[in-house]
Design a protein around this ligand. Structure first.
Ligand SMILES: [Fe+2]
Length: 165
């Protein structure tokens, strides 16, 4: 069952900035550019939003149904904010999406523990992406996007853990 999540982990590695086209940093070590981190995170979150949208449809009770709705809203909104900052900061001119947008999922109605660990892994991936690229904080507003996601996702995880069901 957990094999289904291997692709997710690769996605998160990318979110952390390890599997995108490399550029040489000033020190000579391969490094993902800061703006690529924004683009990758935007694409990955769009995929996660689609995935959690299906969990919303397949929810086993109304609480879970509503909560999964909050999750996909948060992911889609965060993706949108990141993509628009990416476009305003970089000089690429247009957004060319990469990724599978959640369509590679094989398990569409996982249990609570699996969904919880998925949410925690995605949250950690987002936190790591920002932590590993401290220069992103130079660009106005980006720190807020990541900290808003951290706070809201943390609250959702807390609510889901507390729910008996
Ligand atoms: Fe709905």
């Amino acid at each position: 069952m957990d094999n289904n999540f291997e692709k997710m982990d690769r996605g998160l590695a990318r979110l952390g900035g390890h599997a995108v086209p490399m550029t040489e940093s000033a020190e000579g070590a391969p490094k993902t550019s800061d703006t690529d981190v924004l683009k990758n995170a935007a694409c990955d979150l769009l995929g996660y939003a689609n995935e959690f949208h299906v969990y919303h449809w397949n929810a086993k009770n109304n609480f879970e149904h509503e909560l999964m709705g909050e999750v996909y809203d948060l992911m889609r909104d965060t993706s949108d904010r990141l993509a628009e900052r990416y476009l305003s900061i970089s000089d690429v001119g247009s957004f060319v999406p990469e990724g599978n947008f959640g369509t590679d999922r094989k398990e569409w109605a996982p249990g609570k523990e699996t969904i919880l660990s998925r949410m925690e892994t995605i949250l950690k991936g987002m936190d790591d992406a920002f932590t590993e690229h401290p220069d992103l904080a130079k660009f106005g507003g980006i720190g807020n996007i990541f900290s808003d996601f951290d706070e809201k996702m943390g609250t959702i995880i807390y609510k889901y853990k507390r729910f008996e069901g």
